[in-house]
Design a protein around this ligand. Structure first.
Ligand code: ADP
Ligand code: MG
Length: 698
């Protein structure tokens, strides 16, 4: 903090030219109040318009300026009318493709005309293409003129477009160093120990990068200026989540009996099970018991690969709460999964005299009211259901524990919603996920949660052998299904479809099921899909479970939770359409019994590079953590966490792959700042997260 200059955090945006009260209001909605906020509106990528690239050296995905001559221009009447302009520069030829164009535009693009174009290179039917490039006509003798600095691309927002942001940022940069400064909020030792640039240098560089830095800035490793800011951003997030967690701990939660394995109900249940708990299950149960003897609410995420036995852990945690006289809510993302939990819990709890309530979205009218009343009167100790449980209208008499299965499908806000259902006390929360989240990502995304890992599968599980087969050999695969079923095994045939429409998916599954019924006669083929009514689905699942059906044709509705140990073969049609985590979840439906299990990934050739990579990974490993790490690398954290839509874990600049190595130093720095109650904590959070942080919702 400087003596002569003012902190730009204290200079309002209205100090900038062109920002009146209206503009300030719109900026405020985006969380931009000060000149500092303008400077922290960072480019999310760069375009290199500083040099002209020979057409012959372009690769798909490149963004480039080219200097070319028109060979010919034609209008194509296909699915979509388009103007195709073939251009070349002596090193190669490519196509400019326009879907919107005027007659005048077309005639101006005559043979021999010279053009300067900028766009992103894509694969086309014959040549590489630029779709709707920016272009300008160039006179033959005109000398080549290109940009001097890299062109920063800003996230644009309603009312503030690229050019407005560039103008605001130019003005803000002028103030930086002259009459204003940015407060350095990182501990000073840190900057020197990691050899990081100062804040002002980093900010200036990211907004005005010299062309020679193009490679570094756009590379996977990034530039020290990006690292500098990524560190700060990750730190701000870490601090904010830690404060949220601290705020959460200010609340009162019920205290349960810590000797969980001694509880009569628990002993009775364990005695009745056909198996012993694994060491990992026992350890996680102990971790839960430690949390629930504290007077503040537990917030624990239990990770365990598919089939690791999370459900019984949840059941024992539930018994602890029920013994203490509290209600337990268990919710799942799909009806099938919730139904399966209900069946399991009823099996386990009925002999203990514990009634299990069932609340689904499909429960309507009087029945629903009756169920709600039982819940609100506290007559039901255990309630299982789907999202419907989240609805405001559900009142619990004394909710002591909330269990959320498959957390990655829920956002934090949904997590919060149920938390507030507890009356005098805030319930403990246990979140279970089969998506193995790589450690660095978990530490960042779930810094407000404690983490338990069930890192051991029940004994006797065998690795699933996975093969890739082109759909041209579907006939052989059907024969393989026949052999398996004739020798007493059962199999799944999963239909996938790109379309979001449940109807189309259902139709495709129906057709497949008809085809397989015919091909496999007299074997019995069943069908489940998302358009069926819950009881119908449950009926088919029951028939499959009892062995009446040999083959179950299903859409991806069976993704989570289905447990039929005799099913040892899974065929996934159009496997190339599925992401890694979905493939892994689905595959986890087999390999649950004593016999060897197989997974056939049927693909539609030719396979693209990314799809091939995914399927190869599936072939090579059964390890959920390896798969998750690959998934993270291929798709990025937003997709892996399933939060792309909900907008969580979205960083302005930090990149959880590139910046993985920062996660631990960031935690240490957060520890330090919190320990000495640093006055930099709030300004850091304000700078990066602003008013988005909402403690009151906790
Ligand atoms: P997930 O972690 O995928 O939810 P489940 O809880 O559905 O796994 O458990 C998968 C299967 O393993 C179930 O049939 C369950 O009864 C069984 N199981 C759970 N724990 C053990 C154990 N310790 N030993 C043997 N089988 C177990
Ligand atoms: Mg499960």
């Amino acid at each position: 903090m400087s003596d002569q200059t003012d902190s730009l955090a204290r200079i309002p945006v209205t100090a900038l030219r062109g920002v009146g009260p209206k503009g300030a209001e719109r900026l405020a909605k985006l969380g931009v109040h000060s000149v500092q906020d303008v400077l922290f509106h960072l480019p999310f990528r760069y375009q290199d318009r500083t040099k002209i690239v020979p057409v012959g050296s372009l690769r798909p995905g490149d963004q480039a300026v080219i200097d070319v001559t028109v060979d010919h221009a034609d209008i194509r009447f296909g699915k979509r009318r388009s103007l195709l302009v073939q251009v070349s520069d002596g090193t190669g030829a490519m196509i400019l493709r326009f879907f919107h164009f005027t007659a005048a535009q077309k005639s101006a693009l005559a043979r021999g005309v010279r053009l300067r174009c900028f766009g992103e290179v894509r694969n086309g039917p014959q040549h590489y293409e630029l779709v709707h490039p920016e272009y300008q006509h160039v006179a033959d003798d005109e000398s080549i003129h290109v940009e001097q600095a890299l062109t920063p691309i800003y996230p644009t927002t309603e009312g503030f477009h690229q050019l407005s942001w560039r103008d605001l940022i130019a003005q803000a940069l002028q103030r930086l160093g002259k009459e204003g400064a940015l407060d350095e909020l990182l501990p000073s030792g840190l900057l020197s120990s990691f050899d990081l640039p100062t804040l002002s240098d980093a900010i200036r560089l990211l907004h005005r990068p010299p062309p020679e830095l193009a490679k570094a800035l756009m590379s996977e490793e990034g530039h020290p200026a990006q690292h500098r800011l990524a560190f700060e951003e990750l730190l701000a997030h870490q601090l904010s989540m830690r404060l949220m967690r601290d705020a959460h701990r200010q609340q009162t939660a019920p205290v349960f009996d810590p000797t969980i394995f001694e509880l009569p109900n628990v002993q009775q249940l364990l005695g009745a099970l056909a198996f012993d708990l694994t060491g990992a299950q026992r350890r996680v149960i102990d971790e839960i018991a430690k949390d629930t003897q504290q007077p503040y609410p537990m917030l624990r995420l239990v990770q365990g690969d598919v089939g690791s036995g999370k459900t019984i852990v949840a059941a024992i945690a539930a018994l602890q709460a029920i013994e203490a006289g509290y209600q337990v809510a268990l919710m799942a993302p799909t009806e099938i999964l919730a139904e399966q939990h209900r069946v399991n819990f009823e099996n386990w709890f009925s002999s203990l005299g514990i009634q299990v309530g069932w609340l689904s979205g499909r429960l309507k009218g009087k029945k629903r009211e009756a169920m709600m009343q039982q819940v609100s009167q506290g007559d039901l100790p255990m309630i299982v259901g789907t999202h419907a449980l989240f609805q405001e209208s559900v009142e619990f008499a004394n909710l002591g524990l909330v269990i959320v299965d498959e957390q990655h499908r829920f956002g934090v806000h949904q997590r919060l919603a149920l938390r507030s259902k507890g009356k005098s006390v805030t319930p403990h929360q246990l979140i279970m996920t089969a998506t193995p989240i790589p450690r660095t990502l978990a530490m960042t995304a779930y810094a407000d949660l404690d983490l338990s890992v069930i890192d051991e599968l029940p004994p006797g599980r065998k690795p699933i052998k996975t093969v890739l087969v082109s759909e041209q050999r579907q006939g052989e695969v059907i024969e393989r299904v026949r052999l398996a079923c004739e020798s007493g095994r059962q199999a799944y045939w999963v239909c996938t479809l790109i379309e979001e429409s449940e109807l189309l998916q259902a139709q495709a599954a129906e057709q497949t099921s008809e085809m397989l019924t015919e091909a496999l006669a007299p074997l019995k083929v069943g069908l489940v899909h998302g358009r069926m009514k819950a009881p119908e689905k449950a009926d088919v699942m029951q028939q499959f479970k009892s062995g009446e059906l040999h083959l179950l044709v299903a859409t991806t509705v069976i993704e989570v939770g289905v447990d039929v140990p005799n099913a040892s073969l899974m065929v996934m049609a159009n496997a190339e359409r599925l992401g890694l985590s979905q493939l892994h979840q689905l595959r986890g439906r087999v390999g649950r019994g004593a016999q060897d299990s197989y997974c056939v990934l049927l693909y539609h050739p030719p396979l693209g590079a990314v799809a091939r990579e995914r399927l190869e990974i599936m072939r090579q490993t059964n390890d959920g953590f390896v798969i998750a790490q690959k998934d993270l690398e291929i798709r990025g954290p937003g997709e892996v966490l399933g939060t792309r839509q909900t907008g969580e874990v979205q960083f302005r600049l930090a990149d959880l792959i590139r910046d993985q190595h920062w996660v631990e130093p960031v935690q240490k720095a957060a520890d330090q700042l919190i320990a000495k109650k640093s006055e930099h904590i709030q300004p850091l959070i304000q700078r990066w997260i602003g008013e988005k942080q909402n403690y009151s919702a906790v």
